[in-house]
Ligand binder design. Structure first.
Ligand SMILES: Cn1cnc2c(O)nc(N)nc21
Length: 281
């Protein structure tokens, strides 16, 4: 169990897989197209995701889709702090801040966020120290390259072995920096410097990421690994996303980061029910 920050002590019980609802407050987010840019619209979306079964709301002010451009600190803060304050005051839900910037981490936690979600695994200036000082759960994710170039030519000898060993080393770096080991959440980083085949290899290998005894977060919702396979745009990727969620949950993933909360929560309920009946194979 991950205890969120002392501001609102919330227990994140991961005995069963939980849904993390995506709340992009960016004008170019690849799926919502920034329709939640306004505070009220964003809050209503958060409210709906909580009602639909989201245990965590992941708030991001800088799009990390392939080719996305960087966002200034001021702009990112302006996008995320108001909505964090609003959700923290009005909803009983765990809030994660999707950011790589140390200052955004600090201000987001001060504003009521409980978890740090960093696609750059705390590699930016001051991020490791900030996460250690804030003493909250933190998700570290593997990315090859940067959003601006990661999909140009992803290359691995053995994608799973290399992602596993990156996370293994990053855990050591985090612990050395003073982060409690039990506060760390691991994420293979689907779509972050991986080809379609490499993404499916990682998904097939989900169970291997449990070797560290830490929660595993999976984010495949509506991604190109589904779109390129099915040749469809984001609005047509629900079935593919749910198939991936089913596979990941079946392999013990604890947190699923998704756009379609209701449908994913239903999938997890069925997977949990099925898991109660050990097979007789
Ligand atoms: C912000 N973001 C986009 N995709 C993601 C993924 O797969 N994992 C995590 N932790 N964050 C993500």
């Amino acid at each position: 169990n991950l205890t969120a920050n002392n501001k609102h002590v919330k227990m994140l019980n991961l005995d069963q897989p939980v849904v993390m609802g995506i709340l992009n407050v960016t004008p170019d987010s690849f799926s919502d197209g920034g329709q939640y840019h306004g505070l009220d619209a964003a809050f209503q979306q958060a409210q709906k995701m909580v009602a639909d079964g989201a245990t965590i709301i992941d708030i991001g002010g800088e799009s990390t889709r392939p080719g996305a451009s960087a966002v200034s600190l001021e702009e990112e803060l302006a996008r995320v702090i108001p909505i964090i304050e609003h959700i923290s005051a009005q909803l009983d839900v765990i809030i994660s801040i999707d950011t790589s910037k140390a200052e955004v981490m600090r201000q987001a936690i001060a504003a009521g966020a409980h978890i740090i979600n960093d696609v750059r695994a705390l590699q930016a200036e001051g991020a490791l120290q900030a996460a250690a000082e804030l003493a909250v759960p933190v998700c570290i994710m593997h990315m090859q390259g940067q959003p601006s170039n990661m999909q140009d030519a992803p290359a691995y000898q053995d994608v799973t072995a290399e992602v596993v060993s990156f996370l293994e080393q990053r855990i050591l770096d985090c612990v050395d920096a003073g982060i409690k080991r039990e506060h760390i959440i691991l994420d293979p980083g689907f779509g972050f410097g991986k080809t379609l085949e490499q993404n499916y290899q990682l998904l097939a290998d989900t169970a291997l990421f449990h070797q560290f005894g830490l929660p595993v977060l999976i984010g495949v919702s509506r991604k190109s690994m589904i779109g390129n396979l099915l040749q469809c745009d984001e609005s047509q990727r629900l079935a593919g996303s749910l198939a991936c969620a089913t596979a990941a949950a079946g392999d013990g993933a604890q947190i699923l980061r998704v756009h379609d909360v209701r449908e994913t929560a239903d999938v997890l309920a069925v997977v949990a029910q099925l898991a109660k009946h050990g097979s007789n194979k």
